[in-house]
Design a protein around this ligand. Structure first.
Ligand SMILES: [Zn+2]
Ligand SMILES: [Zn+2]
Length: 137
């Protein structure tokens, strides 16, 4: 069995999960849905194959919401922490929210996506990451 590459929890600690493969890519999504669920400029997620994501505890708390536009988002129904995106667990790939990882992820953001939806109060950092009007490549 593969060792966990990273581990994560929600704010209340009810949900624990692990990711058993390195992230293929890390992107900050600035879309309007991610702002609503993320409580800030959006979400920052690492992309992995869905089968590399394993919920270790609190499966009964894990809830998935399908917005009218975009892919389903998954969160803890007790504390509201944002956990996964990209239609987990049905999709081939999952976006794991870096905000849920502990210890914090050490890598960098490689792309900013949906920058057309930047809020007036948002300023993109000068981090050298690629920018995409909508979805990245
Ligand atoms: Zn929770
Ligand atoms: Zn988004």
């Amino acid at each position: 069995m593969r060792m966990a590459e990273v581990t994560g929890t929600c704010l209340c600690g009810g949900v624990r999960f692990e990711v058993t493969e390195p992230f293929e890519r890390v992107a900050a999504c600035h879309c309007t849905s991610c702002k609503k669920i993320g409580g800030g400029g959006g979400t920052v997620s690492g992309r992995v194959r869905t089968e590399a994501v394993r919920v270790l505890a609190g499966e009964e708390l894990v809830k998935t919401y399908q917005p009218e536009e975009g892919l389903a988002k998954t969160f803890c129904s007790e504390c509201g922490s944002n956990l996964f995106g990209a239609a987990w667990p049905e999709s081939e790939h999952t976006s794991v929210r870096l905000s849920a990882l502990d210890p914090p992820y050490e890598g960098r953001i490689e792309s900013h996506i949906f920058v057309r939806s930047l809020a007036p109060w948002e300023v993109l950092p000068d981090d050298g990451a690629e920018r995409f009007e909508v979805r990245g490549t």
